[in-house]
Write a protein that binds this ligand. Structure first.
Ligand code: XIL
Length: 581
């Protein structure tokens, strides 16, 4: 082989395109985090590993009560602030940990002999002060940590019953969430605990609490599964973890894996090969379980390197729990995480397939320009399509495809979580279509979506699906308050979901005649019937995109007036307006 070919082979080989944890995470719309200690930032390998591999950090200790609140009237923010600064400089998110916990509380608090009323005031002040200080900087908080015993009963702590803040049962937890929401309405609020990864007495108790919270509108956004595991976490436990994530996600809660490590028995810091193999499977299984549910939005390991892991201190005789060894080398646990991130199938949900103009769900129509929300795997940033030399849109864009009954649809743009496809005209006449998404050749689940003949949606100026329509005057100037449509003038209205046109060629951008034509159309402006002078494709518009030329009725009222088009008896979604002079 010549050197030139060898070079090409190397350049094209996967190991040249090595991706880090956070880069794969971005393609999955999940953040990959690590618990950190800022006193290590000056260690070059610590900082460079963090920067390359992680998109989120959590102070391992420095946002706990004893660190932040060393005296009744003293707050010590500087150490934790240095983590926020590091995160900001490196485009990372910060997870706050933790506001209410039985452990690592300062002696002035635990030994202060405070009454429930005083404790309540102290806790409210602390939450106000801390969450307020980090508002806009900490995107998610572990509001309450470890409030349950392993048998599912509530733990007796200074905040619950020793003596507590004066509220019974889970009342003090609820109160903490309400105070946290008030202090920063934009932060995501989590309940976090250990040994709640699988379905069991403890996770059932947490589930019942958050189900009740959701039902009563208590402000909670997510569940943190600490996920401090050991080699006994077998495949049955992984299945139970999946079921557990599912039930929390089904409540509409986000799930974060918050403190992942898998400790191994070690001798002289070294684990047995069998345990290392078991650890690989556990890491891969945990990541795969999270990737099954789009509401599982973060995976965080409890430390950057085995060098500084809490495991040997907390579990004597154990260690080697993290994906990076004491020399910052990637371990096989790391490779398993990458394997899961790069090969787990994307997940789609049929209800996420909507009209690109109106966002209406409930079935697709032939030629409809659609947006498919939720594919949980795709390019980390938006890639827009470019037409080929025949003015056709591609059906593979940045390695993503959307298939309708196996036919790849023309694509307009692709991004993890959001891909825009044009429903193939071939679905016409069918009752439903089988939709599948692919990324990097990996297929998602298949969903069945009803087919409707016509589903008109008008494009709007702010692309929200309602409000002022994306409507032009005859000189292509947008209609708006500064350019109201004169009565008797002709305006150009744009929509999609008009159904089958003649011709109707998948992904074809019109460059001239014949333009796709539509029949059986009408329009109303301000409740008054308006003449439709033209309905069909337009030069520069992809087949499936429709232009209506409508004359504004002399009898139409002035001001922002509802505009509705009807195609084949189906009305466009209401809520779109035209400014009439
Ligand atoms: C641990 C830290 O890692 C240690 O450095 C510290 O000495 C004790 O706390 N669950 C939690 C974390 O929520 O805050 C704990 O962190 C680990 C268990």
């Amino acid at each position: 082989m010549s050197r030139k070919w060898l070079l090409l082979l190397l350049l094209g080989s996967p190991w040249m395109k090595a991706q880090t944890l956070k880069e794969w995470g971005a393609m999955r719309r999940i953040l990959i985090g690590a618990a950190v200690d800022p006193s290590r930032f000056s260690e070059a390998a610590y900082a460079s590993t963090l920067r390359a591999e992680f998109s989120k950090v959590t102070p391992e200790n420095l946002m706990k009560w004893d660190a932040l609140h060393p005296g009744i009237n003293t707050y010590n923010y500087a150490p934790a602030d240095s983590i926020v600064t590091f995160a900001t400089q490196n485009s990372m998110q910060v997870r706050g940990h933790t506001l209410v916990w039985h452990s690592q509380n300062p002696a002035w608090l635990t030994g202060g002999g405070f009454t429930p009323t005083q404790l309540s005031g102290l806790l409210q002040d602390h939450i106000n002060n801390v969450v307020g200080h980090y508002a806009g900087k900490v995107y998610a908080w572990d509001v309450v940590n470890e409030a349950f015993n392993d048998d599912g009963t509530l733990r007796a702590t200074i905040w619950s019953t020793q003596p507590g803040i004066g509220l019974t049962g889970t009342g003090y937890i609820e109160q903490a969430f309400r105070w946290a929401r008030a202090a920063d309405p934009n932060a995501l609020l989590f309940y976090n605990d250990y040994s709640i990864e699988t379905v069991g007495a403890k996770s059932n108790a947490v589930f019942q609490m958050v189900q009740d919270f959701k039902a009563r509108g208590v402000p909670i956004d997510g569940i943190g599964l600490q996920t401090h595991l050991s080699v006994g976490f077998n495949s049955g436990a992984i299945t139970s973890l999946e079921n557990n994530i599912k039930r929390f996600a089904d409540l509409g809660l986000q799930v974060h894996i918050t403190e992942l490590d898998v400790r191994l028995p070690v001798s002289g810091g070294v684990a047995t090969p069998a345990d290392v193999t078991a650890q690989e499977a556990i890491y891969e299984g945990v990541v795969r379980a999270c990737l099954k549910y789009p509401l599982c939005t973060a995976i965080q390991v409890w430390g950057v390197t085995d060098k500084y892991s809490w495991i040997p201190g907390a579990f004597p005789g154990f260690g080697s729990g993290l994906p990076f060894d004491a020399n910052y080398a990637r371990k096989s646990a790391y490779t398993s995480m990458i394997t899961a991130l790069s090969t787990a199938p994307p997940i789609i949900n049929g209800t996420g397939l909507v009209n690109a103009a109106s966002y209406a769900a409930g079935g697709v129509s032939p030629g409809e320009i659609a947006v498919f929300f939720t594919p949980s795997f795709g390019p980390a940033s938006l890639v827009a399509a470019i037409v080929d030399s025949n003015f056709k849109l591609p059906t593979t864009l940045a390695e993503s495809r959307v298939l309708f009954d196996g036919t790849p649809a023309p694509l307009l743009y692709s991004l993890a979580g959001q891909v825009s496809a044009i429903v193939p005209f071939g679905v016409a006449g069918k009752a439903s279509t089988q939709v599948q998404y692919q990324y990097k050749g990996i297929s998602s689940n298949t969903v069945t979506v009803p087919v409707v003949a016509v589903k008109p949606g008008l494009f709007t100026l702010n692309a929200s699906g309602s409000g002022p329509g994306a409507i032009l005057d005859a000189s292509y100037k947008p209609i708006g308050a500064d350019n109201p449509a004169a009565k008797g003038s002709v305006v150009l209205v744009f929509l999609t979901g008009g159904g089958k046109t003649d011709p109707g060629i998948d992904g074809q951008v019109s460059t001239g005649l014949p333009l796709p034509s539509l029949t059986n159309v009408s329009a109303r402006i301000g409740g008054v019937t308006a003449d439709v002078l033209y309905a069909g494709g337009a030069v520069g518009l992809v087949h499936g995109g429709i232009q209506f030329n409508v004359r504004v009725p002399e009898a139409a009222p002035s001001g922002d007036q509802p505009i509705i088009v009807t195609i084949g008896g189906q009305q466009s979604k209401s809520g779109v307006t035209l400014r009439v002079q």
